[in-house]
Design a protein around this ligand. Structure first.
Ligand SMILES: [Fe+2]
Ligand SMILES: [Fe+2]
Length: 336
């Protein structure tokens, strides 16, 4: 009997109670663990940091932000800047995106450690989450190496620094809520990073290498979170379900600014005009573009029964409503 975590993570009991569905869930989680054992990356041996082609100064234009992947890079203000300034902004923004990613990984790892604390030894979730934490630690070493080369990076968003214990707290008290946060902070950067990869040779080879490794491992992480939420969002507890249906769009709205938009410090540092700042997120077109990043989350909300009429209205009010995807990562194609 475990003290922390949802009742439904008692795998043996679940298999007895839910039959085929629970068995399929256990099998899928074990397959993800096997994937981690078979293929995982090392930040020092899988990236040739000393390769002259990976030097930051080699192919400097590779640091210019690809228009498809970044809310600022697609703005005519950025596109009209001199090449050196575009490179400087590209390096600064990339370093800061890595810093936010690193801090998000810390929140995720702390929550998973708490979640794992009470799980029975041998539980597929314990094993998978342990693999995932190891991979996230390696991602952080990789992000840190990249920041050391292209930085400096800002200290990170204020609310993220103040809320750094939120992951552990949510994992202890409400694991479904915790994995909902995980879903958002993994899915949105994943979508963005895939867009960067699609820019191909235009992107600096060092960044391409780092992102390729990250995207490959995040795919497993996102699969696990989706499996977990599909299984554990309670189908028979209307109050809990309603609370989660309200929490989901709120988490997305709160995270979207730090995940997708430059910071106020950035705007000041590079003298970004006020009207350009507003156009990046304050116009209906900008809202429409940003909402594309949440298509997979909206689809998941429908799939796990969290899109009731009140939730729908909230998604709309927060300007993150829109269509659903037919399969994961489809928004990538539309935004492109
Ligand atoms: Fe990661
Ligand atoms: Fe991850």
């Amino acid at each position: 009997m475990h003290a922390v975590g949802p009742k439904s993570v008692d795998i043996d009991a679940d298999v007895d109670a839910d039959g085929d569905e629970a068995r399929e869930y256990v099998e899928n989680v074990r397959l993800l663990s096997e994937g981690s054992v078979r293929r995982s990356f090392d930040p020092y041996t899988d990236i040739d940091w000393d390769n002259p082609e990976f030097a930051v100064e080699a192919n400097e234009e590779g640091w210019i932000l690809p228009a498809a992947s970044d809310v600022m890079a697609r703005h005519p203000w950025y596109q009209g800047l001199p090449t050196e300034k575009k490179i400087a902004i590209g390096k600064y923004r990339t370093a800061n995106m890595c810093k936010v990613a690193l801090q998000n990984e810390c929140v995720l790892i702390s929550g998973m450690a708490v979640f794992n604390f009470g799980l029975p030894v041998g539980s597929p979730e314990f094993e998978y989450c342990t693999h995932e934490m190891i991979e996230e630690h390696n991602h952080n070493l990789m992000f840190a190496e990249l920041i050391k080369r292209i930085g400096p990076a800002e200290p990170g968003p204020m609310w993220l620094r103040r809320g750094r214990t939120a992951g552990a707290l949510a994992a202890a008290l409400a694991p479904n809520l915790f994995f909902m946060i995980v879903q958002v902070v993994e899915d949105v950067p994943d979508c963005m990073q895939k867009m960067i990869l699609r820019a191909g040779d235009q992107v600096h080879p060092l960044l391409r290498n780092v992102i390729s490794i990250h995207v490959a491992e995040e795919s497993r992480h996102i699969s696990f979170t989706r499996e977990f939420l599909k299984k554990n969002v309670p189908p028979k507890n209307p109050l809990s379900k309603f609370v989660l249906s309200m929490a989901f769009p709120l988490i997305i709205r709160m995270s979207s600014r730090v995940l997708l938009l430059p910071s106020m410090r950035f705007y000041r540092k590079f003298d970004v005009p006020k009207d350009v700042q507003r156009q990046m997120y304050g116009t209906p077109e900008a809202a429409q573009y940003l909402s594309e990043f949440f298509t997979d989350s909206r689809t998941l909300a429908h799939e796990i029964g969290l899109m009731n009429p009140v939730a729908k209205a909230l998604w709309k009010m927060l300007r993150i409503d829109g269509g659903r995807s037919r399969f994961r990562s489809e928004p990538l194609r539309r935004a492109r």
